[in-house]
Design a protein around this ligand. Sequence first.
Ligand SMILES: *[C@@H]1O[C@H](CO)[C@@H](O)[C@H](O)[C@H]1NC(C)=O
Ligand SMILES: *[C@@H]1O[C@H](CO)[C@@H](O)[C@H](O)[C@H]1NC(C)=O
Ligand SMILES: *[C@@H]1O[C@H](CO)[C@@H](O)[C@H](O)[C@H]1NC(C)=O
Ligand SMILES: *[C@@H]1O[C@H](CO)[C@@H](O)[C@H](O)[C@H]1NC(C)=O
Ligand SMILES: *[C@@H]1O[C@H](CO)[C@@H](O)[C@H](O)[C@H]1NC(C)=O
Ligand SMILES: *[C@@H]1O[C@H](CO)[C@@H](O)[C@H](O)[C@H]1NC(C)=O
Length: 485
Amino acid sequence: MLSAAISLLLLGGSARAALQVDLTSASSIKKAASDVAYDLMGYYSGNLSGQIPGILPGPPPAGEYYWWEGGALWGTMLDYWHYTGDATYNDVTKQALLFQTGPPQNAYMPRNYTISLGNDDQGFWGMSAMLAAELNFPNPPEDQPQWLELAQAVFNTQAAPDRHDDTCGGGLRWQIPISNIGYDYKNSIANGIFFNLGARLARYTQNNTYAEWAEKTWDWVAGVGMMDDEINVYDGGHVGVNCTDIFKAQFSYNAGVFMQGAAFMYDYTTGEDQKRWGDRVQRLVTRTLEIFFDTGPMIEVSCELEDRISCKTDMLAFKGFLHRWMASTAQLAPFAHDSIMNALKNSTAYAVKACSGGDNGRQCGFRWTTGEYDGLTGAGQEMNVVAALSVLLVDLEKSSITGPYTNTTGGTSQGNPFAGTTPDPSYDKGEVTKGDRVGAGILTAIVLTSLIGALVWMSLGAGESGAAPVKRRGDTRFGKLRRRI
Ligand SMILES: *[C@@H]1O[C@H](CO)[C@@H](O)[C@H](O)[C@H]1NC(C)=O
Ligand SMILES: *[C@@H]1O[C@H](CO)[C@@H](O)[C@H](O)[C@H]1NC(C)=O
Ligand SMILES: *[C@@H]1O[C@H](CO)[C@@H](O)[C@H](O)[C@H]1NC(C)=O
Ligand SMILES: *[C@@H]1O[C@H](CO)[C@@H](O)[C@H](O)[C@H]1NC(C)=O
Ligand SMILES: *[C@@H]1O[C@H](CO)[C@@H](O)[C@H](O)[C@H]1NC(C)=O
Ligand SMILES: *[C@@H]1O[C@H](CO)[C@@H](O)[C@H](O)[C@H]1NC(C)=O
């Protein structure tokens, strides 16, 4: 009797602590989403005195998170606000998005993060600014750059001739600075984000130039084989071999970023073009469900292995992106609504069961298939569940949740088609004229060179076999220095 009472108490205790939610109830979803959002924001200290607004602890080695993930965090919080109506984090979101713009160019290339600045990193911030415009998030003060303008600045810097060269027949490289590891890699996330932004800017502004870029980028990605005939989206290839060494790992954000962009193109176009984009959306949805939702809960198949998780910190956040981008697809391409939302509901039902760990008993793990907490908590894992829960309100609060706005349907963000086209004049000059900066620059160059040297040496297996000096796929991306894979 006594022991039964105690175990009941214990059970009761743990049941209370774990995340509780009824996925058929909007208010229950909002409550659970706000609990997880609260825990997620616990990872953020950028608004405390002495801290840097916008970023999660990092970038490595200062903390686990690269600069881009801050951009992704604010996109998640924008969607959280949009779907749930909870404005608790709006001020902090606005401050973050405006602090990292990198003036005077304001194209999300702040100097502090050049060493890990990829087109995709910049692009994640750009997509969040775009989302702020589409959701009619409160506009910044007039003397600050505006959401639409920021997205245009990112797009314009990426459309500039210096970002597009002829290797592999076109496309963007992964990294922006020549000295960054990964500059010799062209990949689907960098090009996918550029495509995605192009599609959304075309729809928001009705300026077809953006759509032409989107179309051209899609064709290049498919032509070079980063997307195959079955519409699998692969990771990327190296310019040294004209991108013929396509690394065939499939990550969910690659499929998702193209799916959402295609849905925007579907909404933007008419007639035959619309049919073509609709077909692409449908095929991406079907294939994505097969690959990432095969058994119900979403699985990040390329690194969430049955016997172990080999996902890096970056990849631990991908599930939330896919859930958000699929929900957005469901709104823009109604023919895909049912299959998407059924899958997302199912996946989320598993996801919340993984939120039963940590000090407060409701921290979310990464693996969603087991119905249990796997001990792997982090900002990405919390973001995933905030996203998964919030987007279910698309169906439950149909009448109050609007789709993304455009310039003519209620979007109030002001743009500037030439944003970002005047490069920061101090970017090159300032550095060469100031002795101290030159010194620092040389030091950085030496450190970088020796790091690159060590990496190349390791990837050649020089210490073991003196194998042929060909840098192969995944070389840098498997290293500790940079991220992903
Ligand atoms: C920082 O943001 C949180 C919301 O995430 C808020 O509760 C807190 O008051 C803010 N702190 C400061 C110093 O602004
Ligand atoms: C850049 O780093 C300096 C020094 O840590 C910091 O004061 C500043 O706020 C950072 N700027 C951005 C945009 O992160
Ligand atoms: C390089 O790849 C592009 C895109 O696949 C192709 O169009 C071009 O012909 C290739 N160039 C060479 C020299 O093989
Ligand atoms: C449309 O966008 C392009 C590319 O950014 C720009 O050059 C052009 O001026 C824009 N046109 C209008 C009418 O805004
Ligand atoms: C959820 O996934 C399971 C496993 O594949 C499946 O049996 C079930 O029908 C799915 N439910 C929904 C609502 O899709
Ligand atoms: C829509 O775009 C036009 C032309 O760029 C601009 O003048 C107008 O202010 C925009 N409308 C809104 C509501 O932002």
